[in-house]
Design a protein around this ligand. Structure first.
Ligand SMILES: Cc1ncc(COP(=O)(O)O)c(C=O)c1O
Length: 337
């Protein structure tokens, strides 16, 4: 096998095996190993028509010591079950999730990118309604699967500030809708806005709260945070996905001596931050350099020299070091697989 690890894109790369488990007659079966990239799917499966699909995204990192570390997989397990509950799919037992994760990583160990390449093994758990329905109802049968794929860094340019755009003519999620779950429909709802932003030269969009359009909600497929007065400030909203990276950064911010605030963040407050970022598994932190309000042409400049700010940089380095085993994991966030 000859993979150019440092040139890997953030995309799908075929590996040898995936693992699957089927839920039938009210119970989960045994974990099955598959070398097929395809699923046998009934054309009336609820995943295809009624969006019964929840997924997760997490990573495994190779350390200097040659050990592969999964980062906070138990939080992804809790979150997929929360998503499952939100759209009436069965719960995945913790042991099943963990065994499936261990097996799929073991079977594809040769695809874990080496330490120091900037690449990692992306892990994608998926839970879908497989059973046929014609009326709008939850399925009777489900498939839980995990595949893995080696990925390069999310941004090829590296840890550099990005431009983002505030939009008001699209909502990603309704106030009491499914925004807090990681379900396929939310991503379909965000595609138009994010593709337009790319065409207009922005890396992502900032969605506002759908009800009042006053507060920052989600930063595309990531959570938003801003820094000022030695505080880490991040939106509190029912319609954003509770990011595990954000949860980790809140702890790191405290460890670095910052105060953490989770509350509504009014759009006008953007002008007061000294640094800001979008956070998620894919990039850890994308420092935000500039925010354009698409409706009134207001520009918020958060970075003048084209470099990430000192607090974003410190938090980023600390989290990446914990993930790779280069900094003591005092909260037990990593598990060697
Ligand atoms: C909509 C959305 N928000 C936030 C996040 C960040 O979450 P996490 O840090 O758990 O990857 C993601 C990515 O998973 C996402 O898709």
């Amino acid at each position: 096998m000859n993979i150019e690890w440092t040139k890997l894109p953030f995309g799908y790369f075929k590996t040898d095996y995936n693992v699957r488990c089927f839920y039938r007659n009210g119970k989960w079966g045994e974990i099955e190993v598959s070398s097929s990239e395809y699923l046998p799917l009934h054309m009336a499966a609820t995943v295809l028509h009624y969006g019964q699909a929840a997924f997760e995204g997490m990573k495994v990192f190779m350390g200097k010591d040659g050990q592969a570390r999964a980062f906070r997989w138990d939080e992804n397990w809790k979150r997929i079950n929360n998503s499952a509950d939100g759209i009436l799919m069965p719960e995945i037992p913790k042991e099943l999730f963990h065994d499936a994760l261990k097996q799929v990583v073991d079977l594809n160990r040769q695809y874990i990118p080496p330490y120091g390449t900037g690449a990692s093994l992306y892990v994608r758990p998926l839970l879908i309604g497989m059973g046929a329905q014609v009326g709008v109802k939850p399925a009777n049968e489900y498939c839980f699967l995990i595949f893995v794929t080696p990925v390069g860094p999310y941004f090829k340019e590296g840890f550099k500030p990005v431009r983002v755009q505030i939009v008001r003519d699209f909502d990603r999620a309704a106030p009491l809708g499914t925004g807090c779950y990681k379900v396929g429909g939310n991503y379909a709802a965000s595609l138009r806005a994010s593709e337009r932003a790319h065409e207009e030269g922005f890396s992502t969009v900032i969605f506002l709260d759908a009800k009042e359009k006053k507060y920052i909600d989600e930063a595309g497929p990531a959570n938003f945070f801003g820094i000022k007065d030695n505080k880490y400030i991040t939106p509190d909203s029912h319609s954003i996905l509770p990011s595990i990276t954000n949860m980790s950064l809140r702890q790191i911010a405290e460890d670095l001596g910052l105060k953490v605030e989770r509350r509504h963040v009014p759009v006008e407050e953007l002008g007061t931050f000294v640094e800001a970022g979008a956070c998620g598994t894919a990039a850890v932190i994308s420092p935000i350099g500039e925010i354009l309000d698409r409706d009134n042409d207001t520009h918020y400049i958060l970075c003048k020299d084209g470099k990430a700010g000192p607090i974003c940089t410190k938090m980023y380095n600390r989290l990446v070091d914990i993930q790779h085993g280069d900094y003591p994991d005092k909260y037990g966030w990593t598990e060697i697989l």
